[in-house]
Write a protein that binds this ligand. Structure first.
Ligand code: GCB
Length: 690
């Protein structure tokens, strides 16, 4: 909890409430039909009276997602990327839906006469240019590009799809002027079959309207208010979360093909028992209603060197089990000499005449995951999490996928000896999930509910739907060890109890063998209306920063006492999800002074003492520094160019504290898992024998 920011938060919350009604009325008048199109709820109607606004009886459970396998080329599939340079037109901030009324999607964006900006995809659009209005834009922007679809894809028996890794926040896409798809959550993929919309062997046009506005029912929440400026009334996006509201086409856009009858979806569950590995798989077949020509599936498990380890021919092509003697289990980094061991599971859907119908390869790490009231266990071993809260954030590209940055981040994570991170405060890219699998980095996978307040039924419906899409996307990743359902929701409010009770019940029913957690920041555990529904208790606490700034002598006891009181209340494993201090790189003070590199280092060291006292009690399972790297926030007088609590700079160079943290994390791995220490962990100082 940030004591110094309470007044800002109160003001924002009051604005939220007052302006909510205005925004709704204004939007209804302006754009009723289009808002219907962009709405994240589906014909939601609740019958509760005004006094009972938080009645969730009419909230419908989300429909299970089926499909969305990550596009991978195979003998039967092709993938063409639409990443590259697109054209962008900024919508009118005072009339966000003008482009829909005027049907900009029906012709080239150039013909609107508006300024065209060439922008890369994937990237956030905000920081690409020197235009402040584009950076701070509220409302819609329009993207367009032309592309070819190979004529070879125009065969009966081939389906053409388009898949978007993530667009923030809501969007509608048209192909050659015809509506293809709409989607409303940032950070999650969606796709649509487009064979009926494209011209094969000819040029096609794709137009996408992206709307970055957040409301009281979006995940995360926000409110658009109108404020007077020197140029008249302007729309301002308000929110309480502490990161920049980057927007745009954030992840790759891909065209791909599948055969008519194809492997539509795959679900895996893995276990390890002594030397024996086990994979239970379930397949969904697309177009099954057509005359049933499929006969069987060939399932092959390939090791890292592409040798076939196990092979199975299964006449039941909906589910099956593979047993793997002498399995190489998936282990977290520094818990085993060969961490992150990934196999490849190949499924071949075969026809009666032994012809190959479809083929898909899925990377798989084989491991067991269990938990009880004291710990989480991987392959039967209790784990201790050493890690970070992170952000997808970097200079210029914002939240745009950047494989170079991912490579650097994973290299730093391993250098510093971390074995885990939380995807604070939204799902990270599918590419990063593969990096995590391969490097043995454990993931607490968080949905985009940040600082959730105003717990109305529409929000719950979206929240459940968001978690459903997240769990569907990430369920097959060995690295995912828990689902985080929220960060710092206002759980001291009585209405949070029913809300989180319903949310946790639903999420547990689809949790794919992972525990539920969340990051709480209430000042006393007893006040939290959410934590009783969780399997792992997580909390955020900024002793010596928001609490008692400057006092590094007020860390060990409060941290110890707080963790203990969470434990005493719930008898569940406890983890600290956030602690930290803003630190200006290059600012040094002796004795330590707040914001200096020395202060951050001392603050970490004091926390280590509290964590070691807690570790002795056996139910304390991890420590996550806030944050891995500095990141951009909205403009406020509490942030100098963003949040500076990174142990690394925004440009991914170490601050002074990184060296201390590195010693701690590697020595924890050595103590708990017999990992060998890096030779450069300590610099040579003196030979005491001389
Ligand atoms: C928190 C939030 C995180 C902020 C952090 C801070 O509690 O979870 O999003 O960035 O505090 O530095 O204020």
């Amino acid at each position: 909890m940030r004591v110094t920011r309470n007044s800002i938060k109160m003001r924002t919350i009051i604005c939220f409430a007052i302006t909510l009604i205005c925004v709704c009325i204004l939007d209804t008048i302006l754009s009723h039909n289009v808002e219907d199109e962009l709405s994240t709820t589906h014909g939601f109607a609740h019958k509760c009276s005004f006094e009972q606004i938080y009645c969730y009886d009419d909230v419908q459970l989300p429909k299970p997602t089926v499909g969305l396998l990550y596009p991978r080329a195979s003998e039967t599939r092709e993938v063409n990327s639409l990443d590259g340079v697109w054209e962008l037109v900024r919508g009118n901030a005072s009339d966000p839906l003008q482009g829909i009324r005027e049907k900009w999607f029906g012709r080239s964006l150039r013909s609107t006469g508006r300024e065209i900006i060439k922008v890369p995809v994937p990237a956030s659009y905000n920081d690409l240019t020197v235009d402040q209005e584009l950076r701070d834009h509220v409302g819609t922007v329009w993207y367009e590009r032309h592309f070819f679809v190979p004529s070879s894809w125009n065969m009966s028996g081939t389906r053409t799809w388009i898949r978007f890794g993530s667009i923030h926040y809501a969007c509608i896409a048209w192909i050659n002027g015809q509506r293809a798809v709409k989607h409303s959550f940032g950070h999650l993929p969606f796709e649509v079959e487009i064979g009926r919309l494209v011209k094969y062997g000819q040029e096609n046009r794709i137009t996408i309207m992206v709307d970055n506005r957040l409301s009281n029912s979006t995940i995360p929440q926000g409110a658009v208010i109108n404020e007077s400026s020197d140029n008249g009334s302007v729309a301002v996006q308000t929110f309480t979360f502490d990161f920049f509201n980057y927007a745009g086409i954030h992840r790759s856009v891909q065209l791909y093909t599948t055969p008519a009858k194809y492997i539509k979806d795959i679900e895996l569950k893995t276990q390890v028992n002594k030397q024996m590995g086990r994979i239970d798989y379930r397949l969904w077949i697309g177009n099954e209603q057509e005359q049933d020509v499929s006969k069987y599936i060939n399932v092959k498990l390939l090791d890292r060197d592409r040798n076939v380890v196990t092979h199975q021919l299964n006449r039941n092509y909906h589910n099956g089990t593979l047993l793997i003697p002498n399995v190489k289990p998936w282990w977290p980094y520094l818990m085993h000499p060969e961490p992150g061991y990934m196999y490849t599971l190949e499924f071949q859907l075969m026809a009666e005449n032994d012809l190959l119908l479809d083929s898909y390869q899925l990377p798989v790490g084989i491991r067991s995951l269990n938990w009880d009231n004291n710990s989480i266990y991987i392959n039967g071993q209790p784990i201790y999490l050493r890690g970070f809260g992170k952000h997808e954030d970097s200079d210029i590209r914002g939240k745009g996928l950047d494989n170079a940055l991912l490579t650097r981040d994973f290299s730093l994570l391993k250098w510093v000896g971390a074995n885990a991170y939380r995807t604070s405060h939204y799902p990270y890219s599918e590419e990063s999930m593969e990096f995590a699998d391969e490097h043995g980095i454990m993931i607490i996978d968080e949905c985009a509910s940040v600082n959730t307040d105003l717990f109305q039924p529409e929000l719950l419906q979206n929240h459940m739907s968001y978690l459903e899409q997240l769990i569907h996307r990430d369920r097959n990743h060995a690295s995912v060890i828990a689902w985080s359902i929220a960060n710092e929701p206002r759980t001291q409010k009585p209405e949070a109890k029913d809300y989180f009770g319903k949310l946790a019940n639903y999420t547990r029913s689809i949790a794919q063998g992972r525990p539920l957690t969340a990051a709480s920041n209430v000042d006393k555990p007893i006040k939290c209306m959410m934590s009783a529904f969780l399997d792992i208790i997580g909390f955020n606490r900024y002793n010596s920063w928001y609490h008692n700034p400057g006092r590094t002598d007020m860390i060990i006891n409060p941290m110890f006492e707080e963790a203990l009181s969470w434990r005493q209340l719930h008898q569940k494993p406890v983890i600290v999800f956030e602690y930290g201090a803003d630190t200006l790189e290059g600012y040094h003070t002796l004795p330590t002074f707040i914001w200096s590199e020395e202060y951050q280092t001392t603050m970490l060291s004091k926390h280590f003492q509290a964590f070691d006292k807690l570790r002795k009690l056996k139910w304390f399972i991890g420590e996550f520094v806030w944050n891995f790297a500095d990141f951009k926030t909205e403009q406020t007088y509490t942030r100098v160019g963003g949040n500076k609590k990174g142990v690394f700079t925004r440009n991914r160079q170490p601050k002074y504290s990184a060296y201390l943290l590195r010693q701690r994390y590697h020595m924890l791995a050595s103590k708990l898992n017999n990992a060998s220490l890096p030779t450069d962990l300590f610099n040579y100082i003196i030979d005491f024998g001389l």
